[in-house]
Write a protein that binds this ligand. Structure first.
Ligand SMILES: NC(=O)c1ccc[n+]([C@@H]2O[C@H](COP(=O)([O-])OP(=O)(O)OC[C@H]3O[C@@H](n4cnc5c(N)ncnc54)[C@H](O)[C@@H]3O)[C@@H](O)[C@H]2O)c1
Ligand SMILES: O=C(O)C1=N[C@H](C(=O)O)CCC1
Length: 240
């Protein structure tokens, strides 16, 4: 496949290496300072664009590709309030847009475990629920996209909670899930969910040891997406 890399930072670099090691070629590696190279590309020769840039750049990158008929696999976090606009554009252009807050297969297993645990804990009383995420200090958004997906999985299954808030932002209530975001180098991504009571504590943790899992997941989805149409997610890609 011929892959366009939109956002050649920490993730874009690892994705390019993995893609090349799997026999794919890279049409271009686009960053904030070489966007003019986009105008020289022939969209018909690009099979998929992989977009890992920055919250404020994602929408422009994704629109550029969807408008040219290129399927997009995006992992950029922190821009999701604008996703409905991209969903509409994808359907209008009969394109393909795939988004995941986390492409790691292990994290997607963890998402399911989180939902199952919330369902079980919903039948109990006396527990305080909290979520903690730890990432490197270059991360631009908080809480992480993964933490937001985990919070949504808890809120959907645990009746007492109706919303989430970032700790320190003054929204404390028994109906709001507190998320603590810590920034400590070189953490690639750790997520912890705790149910605490005076009697005991239940805790589940996912720890990424590197960015390899995120990058490999994005390449695997890119290999799967050609020929697919519509607004797609990990639920379409995974069989569990
Ligand atoms: N979904 C996942 O599995 C997953 C995993 C890791 C990171 N992420 C997310 O991916 C994004 C990138 O992470 P990173 O660690 O590679 O960040 P990074 O800061 O290392 O790289 C971002 C790159 O985007 C480039 N960029 C900025 N504006 C651009 C524009 N207009 N056009 C093209 N490129 C532009 C920058 O030059 C930079 O090189 C973040 O939002 C992060 O949260 C998602
Ligand atoms: O390094 C990052 O930035 C990460 N971003 C994603 C998120 O916000 O959940 C995935 C984990 C790493």
């Amino acid at each position: 496949m011929n892959i366009l890399i939109l956002g050649y930072g920490k993730m874009g670099k690892i994705i390019s290496e993995i893609a090349e090691s799997r026999g794919h070629s890279i049409a271009a590696k686009i960053n904030i300072d070489n966007r003019d190279e986009l105008s020289a590309l022939d969209p018909a020769k690009i099979d998929v664009a992989i977009e890992f840039s920055q919250p404020e750049a994602a929408i422009e990158n994704i629109k550029w590709a969807i408008e040219r008929g290129i399927p997009v696999v995006s992992g950029t976090t922190g821009w999701l309030s604008k996703k409905p606009e991209i969903n509409r554009l994808t359907l209008e252009k009969n394109g393909a847009f795939f988004y995941a807050s986390n492409f790691s297969i292990g994290v997607n297993v963890f998402f399911k475990v989180n939902e199952m645990l919330a369902k079980l804990m919903n039948e109990t009383s006396g527990y305080q629920v909290s979520l903690e995420e730890i990432h490197h200090t270059e991360k631009k958004d908080a809480p992480s996209g993964t933490a937001i997906t985990l919070a949504q999985g808890i809120i959907k299954n645990y009746q007492q909670l109706k919303e989430w808030h970032l700790t320190g932002e003054g929204k404390d209530s028994e109906h709001s899930l507190p998320i603590t975001a810590k920034r400590i180098d070189p953490a690639p991504g750790t997520h912890i969910i705790r149910y605490s009571s005076p009697i005991d504590e239940i805790e589940i943790t996912h720890t990424a040891h590197s960015r390899q899992g995120f990058a490999l997941g994005a390449v695997l989805v890119s290999e799967w997406i050609p020929g697919k149409k519509g607004v797609l997610s990990m639920d379409d890609f995974l069989s569990f």
